[in-house]
Design a binder for this molecule. Structure first.
Ligand code: P6P
Length: 335
């Protein structure tokens, strides 16, 4: 049996052999992976430890927080605040960035995360996950402020997600392809189970919440109608549809076997360009998908090129198999 490679060894090799990542970034990623392990254990306990259900509070998005949202957020904050590798953190669950307390040394990285994505699925035992993104604090900045986070996704140094499903997986890129690690619950180790993840360029599978179709703008309505028409329509092939309503689960399926994931803007709130957040959902997923040979746009431009204006801003998302994302984007060029 081939020698198993642990997450630590994988990251040390990226640091040593390719000089791709500095030691401080390696340490950050190992701390995040340890926090995801703890979140996985908490999620796995479920009803046994009373962590299901609502926390009785709302986040900045005005969404009711689940108890596990709060637990996951606190786990990531506590794990990362003392190590000396971070300048600040930002989370879907917090209105403003979390500066590293003065009692701890500060580092050069900014960590952004959705601590528990898909939490509406917690109480029905469907896969959920953690999404994270790493940026560098701009040169010469001593006190990190919100606008220091507002960098395009192309500035990311690393990104990843943990998916808490039948297996707990960690999918990670440091800009040199995408690797997948599986958690061994008996030893608590992350083992490399797929290196060089690759999204097939073509697909027959799309993911969208079709109940919103009457609210979509015309290009998306036309595109999805053509997908649904299958062999009888202009795309001349039958498609299948999946929608887990947990971005991490839907994206991991696409990272594994291809597909296109869509959360478009719609007419209900024209000033809100979709539901998903740019900084800690769309950007990390776009970085991962592009590193695996896929594509990611907001229907008109590459997601990683978007210059953010607000920490919690939303963005329309079309990501996955490159040729299908190109096709979906072309429907928008028609007007
Ligand atoms: P809908 C989960 O709440 C989430 O942010 C993503 O993980 C998921 O893709 C999307 O929202 C699901 O949205 O409108 O189908 O419930």
């Amino acid at each position: 049996m081939a020698k198993q490679i642990s997450l630590s060894q994988y990251l040390i090799e990226k640091q040593r052999e390719k000089n791709l990542i500095p030691a401080e970034l390696r340490l950050l990623l190992e701390v995040v992976a340890r926090a995801c392990k703890r979140i996985s254990y908490a999620v796995g306990k479920g009803a046994l430890t009373g962590v299901l259900g609502a926390a009785g509070s709302d986040n900045i998005q005005g969404e009711a927080q689940q108890k596990l949202d709060v637990i996951a957020n606190e786990t990531l904050l506590e794990a990362n605040e003392w190590g000396g590798h971070l300048a600040a953190m930002a989370s879907e669950e917090m209105d403003h960035p979390y500066p590293i307390p003065n009692r701890y040394p500060k580092g050069e990285f900014l960590l952004l995360f959705d601590p528990l994505d898909g939490s509406s699925n917690i109480d029905v035992n469907v896969s959920i996950g953690t999404i994270f993104s790493v940026l560098r604090l701009p040169e010469g900045v001593s006190e990190p402020l919100e606008h220091h986070f507002l960098q395009p996704g192309s500035n990311q140094l690393a990104a990843g997600y943990a998916v808490y499903g039948p297996s707990t997986l960690l999918v990670l890129t440091v800009g040199d392809g995408v690797a997948c690690f599986t958690l061994d619950r008996e030893t608590g180790s992350w083992w490399l189970t797929c290196d060089g993840m690759s999204v097939p360029e073509d697909t027959k599978e799309y993911a969208i919440n079709a109940s919103n179709s009457r609210h979509w703008f015309e290009p998306v309505q036309r595109y999805v109608a053509d997908l649904t028409a299958g062999k009888t329509g202009p795309l001349a092939k039958d498609y299948n549809m999946r929608w887990v309503a947990s971005m991490v689960a839907d994206v991991h399926r696409i990272m594994t076997r291809g597909g296109i994931f869509m959360y478009p803007a719609d007419r209900r709130e024209p000033d809100k360009p979709g539901k998903l957040r740019l900084m800690y959902e769309a950007n990390p997923m776009a970085f991962l998908v592009e590193q695996a040979g896929g594509g990611a746009t907001n229907g008109r431009e590459r997601i990683l090129d978007i210059q953010p204006t607000k920490l919690h801003e939303r963005v329309a998302v079309f990501l996955g198999s490159k040729n299908e994302v190109v096709r979906a984007t072309r429907y928008h060029e028609g007007g």
